[in-house]
Design a binder for this molecule. Structure first.
Ligand code: URP
Ligand code: ZN
Ligand code: ZN
Ligand code: ZN
Length: 530
């Protein structure tokens, strides 16, 4: 159809290489190992009209059913990416992947749902949701929304309730960084945490001390450090740890659950570990870039030079290409030194951190180059929505750090639980949505901007090869990725409403009661004394 080709043309490729979805309403996935977070077994999966009907060995079906052979392969719930920014206006530009191109890329990588952040318009939540509802009309997979809170007044407080009760939003994000644009004060954070608690909505934080980052940036500029290394130097781990600790303590003071997005450093992770050990309900989300990349791209040009002229030319070329190259890796909080990634992997494998996002926030090289001579102007963000499932597998499962069932938990099930849509999403069970991948652990994939499906012209994972391959993606009961081809059409994705009061809220009221009881004793004492 016209619509379809228009959307395909968004890729800017010669011939769009995408065709409409295969439209069989009945599917049988035969002979694979069905993996859920709680259990795995060899079984067939029968799907009708977008819903899983039966999961059992040796199912017999009629001739009108499309059969996919999964013998020797893993049949897992489609990935859910809790953290993306599609078509987001940010730092003077807009992310290059919209709700069609970003989702098509996701599907090619085995992710069948994502949760994107609605950014309010001039602080207005209702204007924000209207804008995002429009952006999302071209969706080709299921999606949900978080919402950022960027200012505080009566309208915002009232609209938060409307978002929860009428719009299916159950999480609000507070930016403690990006001074002058998205950043909020501690006072607002406290108001927001209280409001979240009363609505049963999950408070999320981008944890970096924005005032100190501003100070750090000024320090770098005064020292004449304007290149991308200045980005990392201006916002070291201590500023991430401070904001993480502060948000955790304020959430404890209010007694409401907290979700820390994009945990990038050992320092921040240890604050989360400490809080969880004390019994506080804190969720930590590492992102793929933080788990697999390190800052060597920002720091280590390889010198092996013979003559003086060669050195001069080398330095000139390096400065140019190195800067061009390094700006691609600029995101906030910054990608850290190698030890951080290893520690975050360990924390993920032991349950200190619970689920993996991407923070997919893709800009092309032209957009990134806005900040080529001033790191403060580099649009922050990296790609990952298409690569997440493969990179988590290769980094965590292939290295022996994680079981296959835990892989399903951190890429899909835990996200569905936290955002209160389990077991509709995040499971292969009778009654669940038919969002399914067929994964071949014996195959492998290579990552390159030449072959990826995002609209960005670079890839921060360029050149990586990894074990394991998503061979088939089924979204809403339709085969949308098979034989390395996408079969998607805009408008087929559905908005997923997410109800409030997830499992983290159970017990919050009892804890409040015992807190009040503990106050009563000293109050009585002081009364009897007077
Ligand atoms: O650099 C990043 N992370 N860009 C996206 C916005 C955010 O802070 O999540
Ligand atoms: Zn076409
Ligand atoms: Zn953030
Ligand atoms: Zn983000």
């Amino acid at each position: 159809s016209n619509d379809f080709c228009e959307a395909g043309a968004l890729y800017g490729a010669a011939g769009c290489g995408i065709s409409p979805p295969l439209s069989s309403a009945k599917l049988l996935i035969k002979g694979g190992t069905v993996v859920n977070a709680h259990h795995q077994e060899v079984a067939d999966v029968y799907v009708e009209d977008g819903v899983i009907v039966t999961v059992r060995p040796n199912l017999k079906v009629g001739d009108d059913v499309q059969v996919l052979d999964a013998t020797g392969k893993l049949v897992m719930p489609g990935g859910i990416d809790p953290h993306t920014h599609l078509a987001m206006e940010f730092m003077g530009t807009e992310t290059i992947d919209d709700f069609f191109s970003g989702q098509a890329a996701a599907l090619a990588g085995g992710t069948t749902m994502h949760i994107d952040f609605v950014i309010p318009v001039n602080g207005s939540l209702t204007a924000g949701i209207e804008a995002y509802e429009r952006k999302a009309q071209k969706s080709c997979m299921d999606y949900g929304f978080h919402m950022a809170i960027t200012k505080w007044d009566e309208d915002v407080s009232r609209d938060m309730e409307i978002m929860v009760k009428e719009k299916g939003i159950n999480s609000f994000k507070f930016f403690l960084a990006y001074k002058g644009s998205l950043m909020i004060s501690d006072e607002l954070l406290l108001d927001g945490l209280k409001r979240c608690k009363s609505l049963g909505a999950l408070a999320m934080v981008h944890a970096e001390n924005g005032d100190a980052v501003f100070e750090g940036q000024n320090r770098m500029i005064e020292l004449g450090i304007t290149g991308p290394e200045g980005h990392a130097l201006s916002r070291p781990p201590v500023l991430e740890a401070e904001a993480t600790a502060r948000a955790i303590r304020l959430a404890s003071f209010v007694n409401t659950p907290l979700y820390v997005v994009h945990v990038m450093s050992i320092d921040a992770m240890e604050e989360i570990a400490k809080a969880r050990k004390s019994g506080q309900k804190v969720v930590g989300e590492p992102v793929v870039s933080g788990l697999v990349l390190d800052d060597s791209k920002l720091w280590d040009p390889d010198f092996s030079i013979a003559s003086k002229q060669e050195l001069a030319l080398y330095i000139y070329c390096c400065c140019f290409f190195f800067c061009i190259f390094a700006i691609l890796y600029v995101m906030s909080p910054p990608i850290r030194a190698l030890g951080h990634a290893k520690a975050l992997q360990a924390a993920l494998s032991t349950g200190i951190l619970q689920l993996v996002g991407t923070d997919h926030c893709a800009f092309n090289s032209t957009q990134k180059a806005f900040g080529i001579d001033d790191f403060r102007k580099i649009p922050n963000g990296v790609n990952g929505i298409e690569e997440r499932m493969h990179l988590v597998w290769d980094t965590m499962v292939e290295t022996g750090q994680m079981s296959v069932t835990d892989y399903v938990r951190v890429t899909s099930t835990e996200c569905a639980r936290i955002f209160n849509i389990y077991p509709r999403k995040g499971a292969i069970l009778a009654g669940s949505d038919a969002d399914i991948i067929i994964f071949n652990p014996n195959s492998s994939v290579g990552i390159s901007a030449r072959s990826h499906h995002s609209r960005t012209d670079t890839n921060v994972y360029e050149g990586r090869r990894g074990k394991g391959k998503v061979e088939v993606t089924i979204a809403g009961g339709r085969v949308v990725w098979i034989n390395d081809e996408l079969k998607v059409s805009p408008g087929s994705g559905k908005y997923v409403e997410m109800p409030p009061f997830n499992y983290l809220f159970s017990g919050v009221d009892k804890a409040d009661d015992s807190y009040l009881a503990s106050l009563n004793a000293p109050v009585k004492r002081s009364k009897s004394v007077s």
